[in-house]
Ligand binder design. Structure first.
Ligand code: GLC
Length: 749
């Protein structure tokens, strides 16, 4: 290969609308129109271009093609947060298999999923794509998706490596955090992924980590990722991520996506002027060629363009129902046999939200609304109310003119129309002729912008609160019940209103079959078994990171978040939480903070109700070769079938290092247990899993002593406690890298 050919291979072929007149985009863009990007072909050497496509909720490509009568719709699966809420890796792996099959059959070689950044703060715009505030849940769910996708021979690309926890100024913001917070929280999920599922690629994040772009950090991409964890695949940038292509190659970031001519030229110039060793270029070229050789396209796979979308829709419907979380239930769910006539309030009942916005969106053929799902399930939806909502939605949509100026506007979070509140007399009249009322609250967020601490976002709007209060007042006066359905992608305020209705079902954003999945749960065809993979705090400021998060920053479309990083400000010009964010909470994210401080929450991490109940018995543990095997019998003590998620939290013996009150170390979900049926659940915990990262020793250290193992049905509902004794301390050395440039003032938990 010539140097020019090597530089071409290291830089993608560009992106529609962003790459000027790169000839090759025309040639490769026809491979799979609408895919996120392609690598550069070298026809002289028989090297084909390979195709990379988003995203975590399913493949995203153009659903139609000019001059082609065929359609290319993909399945909108449940979003990442909902999949994590299943706490069922086997199920999530099956979803990954279906996603990967659609990539394979549409000719895509790498599916840019999973997105496993830690949900550090409730208001990060992309939390819907991410899994959890906890690294074990994040790592296990991501590993399951990767196994499923790669079972098809398609590559996966866990992203965004690492510490990409806000959208505000994401391409230039500096995540400033300690080595311990990185190791224990923000890298930990990726470490689990690399060790347990061998992803073919990894995507670096836009942001800087302690002053260095992640895509330019050799400490991160070579010392930790490859030398310590043994990653053997290829690393790509996020789209237009980072700044210095030669630095990225030197660091171990092999492929610049989507690719710009300037990156190609800078690599050639750097080799010619001696600032970039050809050996580093060759290492990256080899990694990319290995990926090409492994690709279905290189192997000549004859993709059909006809994946089994009906089978995948069934998987979407079933997995969505399993990830929904029953938050409240005072006798309203499942619907009794007497429920026939339902009135659904809330615009979202008729305009159901399948997923979030940005690269994590999918071009699906349809979305089943709640109205359709309930009708499909045989219920009578009040037609007058449906008609008036649908008329209102249509008229409001008329007013929202497409933003033709900003090319990314279509991908930006949609402004939700205001919630109409029917007159009290109207609601009272409906209460006499309906058996039950539903009130659906919707939220949409996505890439390019974080959410806001304001009414209509984290907080209910005045109209939403008025709607819930009015419907509860009138229906309760008529002796009828009210169920609130949350069709949201991230945490909202719940404590101030959750006691008003008779039930609250967290439906998340359930993909294209969402309305059917909610109906399956409401009618009792599926017993909800979802558990929260993050905390719902009472107040936003209870979250440990909120003081260090841009919850009120007025981002405009032209902020750096949408433009290549341009952090050229002087030290005094830097804006806190925009140009840099101090992770002062350190390892105390989510329940790690709230449990350690004993703070009340609205709904705790790991929480979720069921239509049945479970008894735990005969909890026991044994240890062989440094690995604890913990078992407990779970019995369905209720009247209907259901699944239980057993969570294992560990509390360490006193330590000078300072540790959270408890940390999740493992979990297991039962199969569907019939009433009276029991299952022995087993969870293994290695002594090394109990280690904390000691910066002074550059090592993971497991102290000797007695650890409390709590077997729980939520982080705050302990069902059995065991003593796990570690006789001898142990440590696993690491390199002393990724330290903050300046000391951080850490919060005291
Ligand atoms: C986006 C996202 C990333 C996505 C990529 C390609 O900006 O950050 O998740 O895979 O670019 O669309």
């Amino acid at each position: 290969m010539t140097l020019d050919e090597k530089a071409k291979l290291l830089t993608g072929t560009g992106m529609e609308g962003f790459s000027g007149d790169i000839a090759v985009v025309g040639e490769t863009n026809g491979l799979v129109p609408g895919a996120a990007g392609t690598t550069c072909p070298i026809p002289r050497l028989g090297i084909p271009s390979i195709v990379l496509g988003d995203g975590p909720a399913g493949l995203r490509i153009h659903p139609t093609r000019d001059g082609d009568t065929a359609t290319y719709y993909c399945t909108a699966f449940p979003v990442g947060t909902l999949l994590a809420s299943t706490w069922n890796p086997e199920l999530v792996e099956r979803v990954g298999e279906a996603m990967g099959n659609e990539a394979l059959e549409y000719g895509v070689d790498v599916l840019l999923t999973p997105a496993l950044n830690i949900q550090r703060n409730p208001l990060c715009g992309r939390n819907y794509e991410y899994y959890s505030e906890d690294p074990v849940v994040s790592g296990k769910m991501a590993s399951a998706i990767i196994r499923g996708v790669q079972a098809n021979g398609v590559g996966a690309s866990p992203k965004h490596f690492a510490a990409n926890n806000q959208e505000t100024n994401r391409m230039a913001s500096d995540s400033r955090l300690t080595q311990r917070a990185l190791r224990e929280i923000y890298l930990r999920g990726f470490e689990i992924v690399v060790r347990e599922s061998q992803p073919l690629t990894i995507m670096t994040s836009y942001n800087l980590i302690d002053g260095v772009y992640s895509s330019e950090s050799r400490d991160l991409l070579t010392t930790v990722l490859r030398d310590e964890w043994g990653f053997g695949g290829m690393v790509m940038t996020d789209w237009f991520g980072g700044k210095d292509a030669a630095a990225q190659i030197r660091a171990g970031n092999d492929l610049m996506m989507p690719g710009l001519p300037a990156q190609h030229d800078s690599i050639v110039a750097a080799v010619n002027n001696g600032s970039l060793a050809i050996e580093d270029v060759d290492v990256s070229v080899k990694r990319i060629l290995n990926l090409v050789l492994a690709s279905p396209r290189f192997k000549g796979y004859a993709f059909s363009n006809k994946p089994d979308l009906e089978a995948h829709a069934r998987i979407a419907r079933q997995s969505a129902a399993e990830g929904m979380v029953l938050l409240e239930n005072r006798g309203a769910l499942p619907f009794s046999a007497a429920v026939k006539n339902i009135v659904a309030f809330g615009i979202t009942s008729y305009d159901f939200i399948a997923g979030g916005t940005g690269s994590g969106d999918v071009n699906e053929a349809y979305t089943v609304s709640l109205k359709e799902g309930l009708t499909n399930a045989g219920y009578n939806l009040d037609a007058d109310m449906a008609a008036s909502y649908e008329k209102y939605i249509a008229s409001e949509n008329e007013k929202i003119k497409p933003d033709t100026i900003n090319p990314l506007a279509a991908a930006m979070p949609k402004v939700r129309m205001s919630e109409p509140v029917p007159a009290r007399a109207e609601i009272a009249r409906l209460a006499t002729r309906s058996d039950i009322a539903l009130v659906t609250i919707g939220r949409s967020s996505g890439e390019f912008a974080d959410r806001r601490l304001k009414e209509g976002d984290f907080l209910l709007s005045a109209a939403e609160r008025n709607l819930i209060e009015s419907v509860c007042r009138e229906f309760h006066a008529a002796g009828k019940q009210v169920v609130v359905v949350l069709n949201i992608g991230g945490v909202i305020e719940t404590a101030s209103w959750k006691d008003l209705p008779d039930a609250v079902l967290l439906a998340w954003q359930a993909g294209q079959e969402g309305g059917n999945s909610v109906a399956d749960v409401l009618k009792g065809a599926v017993n909800p078994s979802g558990k929260l993979p993050m905390t719902f705090p009472v107040d936003y400021m209870d979250a440990s990171s909120s003081a260090n998060f841009p919850y009120d920053y007025q981002a405009s479309v032209s902020t750096p978040a949408l433009l290549p990083g341009n952090n050229t400000k002087t030290k005094t010009e830097l804006v806190r939480n925009v140009d840099y964010t101090d992770y002062e909470e350190d390892i105390y994210v989510g329940y790690r903070w709230l449990d350690t401080r004993g703070k009340a929450v609205s709904y705790p991490f790991g929480y979720g109700l069921s239509y049945t109940s479970f008894e735990y018995s005969a909890a026991r543990l044994s240890k062989t070769g440094g690995v604890f095997t913990v078992s407990v019998n779970v019995t369905n003590s209720g009247a209907v079938g259901g699944k239980e998620v057993v969570q294992l939290y560990a509390s360490a013996p006193p330590s000078t290092l300072g540790k959270p009150a408890q940390e999740l170390k493992g979990f297991a979900k039962t199969q569907e247990l019939k009433p009276g049926e029991s299952q022995t659940v087993t969870i293994t915990v290695a002594e090394s899993d109990l280690a904390s990262f000691d910066e002074a020793r550059s090592a993971w250290v497991t102290d000797a002593g007695t650890y409390k193992f709590r077997l729980s049905s939520s982080s705050r509902n302990v069902r059995a406690t065991l003593d796990a004794v570690v006789e001898r301390a142990s440590e696993i050395k690491t390199h002393n890298v990724l330290n903050p440039r300046e000391p951080l003032t850490l919060l005291n938990p």
